[in-house]
Design a protein around this ligand. Structure first.
Ligand code: AMP
Ligand code: MG
Length: 486
């Protein structure tokens, strides 16, 4: 059994539409995340039973579930769209986990909703597998993210660029509320509803600011901080979200809406993976500045809640926005310091890091391997993994500088090694591996998918046995594109 609560449903019905999921013709459970199920107090036997399958494919609406689709608006690639909403997602309710935390349980791909516009409300198996794998990898990499509990096939073929198997993912998230949710109400001047929404978020996610003199301004500050931190983590791991529209920007700073996302192989700051991002708006290097742009949109929504003084409100928001980049850089430096095992501060660190990035870019170095090789380099441990950057004289010269910089540290060798191993993943879900897994899965062979899931469950485990999953493909496809999760 599963005990749903429905705090979001208890809000006014301006925030959502009641929706009943479509019944799939031939539902079939593909996999589920055992550890997640356990932490959510979901009985594994029940989950594997026919009722569990019915629940997570929308075939049966469980007692205590009030299924709904949320309304929101958003800027898509900078263009304002006044009404979007969950076009193929249905919130079943919330559950409380072992740590007393509340989680949304949402089906994605379970049929049309009042917000589907011209879409079919369905999802193809490939993008569903990508979301399942990558969100799990992100979680294990320590990056705030939505999670995924189950994947089921619907037994229905859906029409995309070709005919593909349809699937449903059960998404588990601390929140599904987006910057776009605020924009929907603010754009219509519905400030009482905006207050209700803000209070809901404060109550559920930022209770520490409830009761503050200007809690709505403090909410903005909290969101800004969470977003800056999130993007600093993406940037330190080589992750590209792909579609940072304001409707894909979670208010609590989790990575959400895995569509055309990917990890970089060789480092190129201009990298764009999304097939729909023609102008490179959401290129790797642009992610911090786009995050700031999205926060400006959020500020515009919240301004009227700060006080009655319009000028003062703008000034307050502007001050915060102006500080965003510095805040982001501080978070990013923290990440980089950990990756390079710098504990003390040194005035030359910034230029040393810049130099490394320039070498990676100019010498076509693999982002993940450049960092993960450092622990072996530090230990002078020869292994075949080190061959990767051997052709780069610049990298070798840089390594000497880095080693000399490390002599200033007061940490023990073991502490340095630990920092290098624990902050530089050995395994990321590389594009070619994800694509191979999806290709086979489309023909009902899930072996590669399960293998990859296991591998990304332990991203920091250095294991020569897994060498072939560590390295990029022999030929990197620089035209690699991921398609919007449709
Ligand atoms: P995305 O860019 O994937 O986050 O989606 C943007 C908007 O399109 C959201 O409102 C989605 O719910 C909606 N959408 C995406 N795919 C579909 C689909 N197949 N059917 C209905 N709505 C969709
Ligand atoms: Mg979206």
């Amino acid at each position: 059994m599963i005990n749903f609560e429905n705090t979001f449903h208890n809000l006014k019905n301006d925030f959502y539409a009641n929706v009943v999921p479509s019944i799939p013709p031939k539902p079939e459970l593909i996999t589920y995340n055992k550890n997640l199920a356990k932490s959510l107090n979901v009985d594994l036997k029940w989950l594997e039973s026919s009722e569990g399958l019915e629940c997570f494919t929308g075939s049966k609406v469980m007692k205590n579930s009030n299924p709904l689709s949320m309304v929101y608006a958003g800027h898509q690639f900078g263009n304002w769209v006044p009404r979007l909403g969950d076009g193929r997602a249905i919130l079943l309710g919330e559950v409380i986990d072992n740590n007393n935390e509340r989680w949304d349980i949402q089906l994605k791909g379970s049929g049309v909703t009042p917000f589907s516009r011209n879409g079919d409300g369905r999802a193809a198996l490939g993008p569903i597998l990508r979301e399942y794998l990558i969100s799990h990898a992100m979680n294990k990499l320590g990056i705030p993210t939505t999670l995924a509990l189950t994947i089921a096939k619907t037994g229905e073929n859906i029409r995309r660029e070709k005919i593909l198997p349809g699937a449903i993912i059960t998404r588990v998230a601390k929140s599904h509320i987006r910057v776009g949710t605020f924009q929907y109400f603010a754009s219509q001047g519905k400030y009482e509803l905006l207050k209700d929404l803000s209070d809901y978020i404060i109550n559920r996610h930022f209770p520490e600011i409830d009761g503050n003199k200007n809690k709505y301004f403090d909410l903005f500050k909290c969101v800004l901080r969470k977003q800056a931190k999130l993007v600093s983590k993406w940037m330190s791991i080589g992750f590209i979200h792909g579609v940072m529209n304001t409707d894909n920007c979670s208010i609590i700073g989790d990575t959400i809406d895995y569509g055309p996302c990917a990890f970089m192989d060789n480092y190129k700051k201009d990298t764009v993976f999304s097939s729909i991002d023609t102008f490179g708006r959401y290129a790797f290097k642009n992610q911090p500045i786009i995050c700031q742009w999205n926060l400006v949109q959020l500020a515009n929504c919240l301004l009227p809640l700060f006080s009655n003084n319009k000028e003062k409100n703008i000034q307050m928001a502007q001050n915060e926005i102006d500080q965003f980049y510095q805040l982001y850089e501080n978070f990013w430096s923290e990440e980089l310091n950990n990756k390079l095992a710098f504990k003390i501060k040194d005035k030359d660190d910034k230029s040393l890091v810049e130099e490394l990035y320039n070498i990676m870019e100019n010498d076509n170095l693999d982002f993940t391997i450049t960092f993960s090789s450092l622990s072996s380099i530090f230990k002078n441990k020869k292994n075949r993994l080190l061959n990767y950057n051997n052709n780069s004289k610049n990298f070798k010269k840089w390594v000497l500088k880095w080693k000399s910089r490390l002599t200033k540290e007061k940490q023990s060798k073991i502490e340095i090694e630990e920092s290098l191993i624990n902050n530089n993943p050995f395994i990321i879900p590389r594009n070619h591996l994800v694509e191979e897994a999806i290709k086979d899965a489309n023909y009902d062979n899930f072996e590669k998918f399960h293998k990859l899931f296991d591998l990304v469950s332990n991203p920091f485990k250095f294991d020569e046995e897994n060498h072939k999953y560590h390295i990029p493909p022999e030929i990197i496809n620089n035209n690699y594109k991921t398609f919007c999760g449709t």
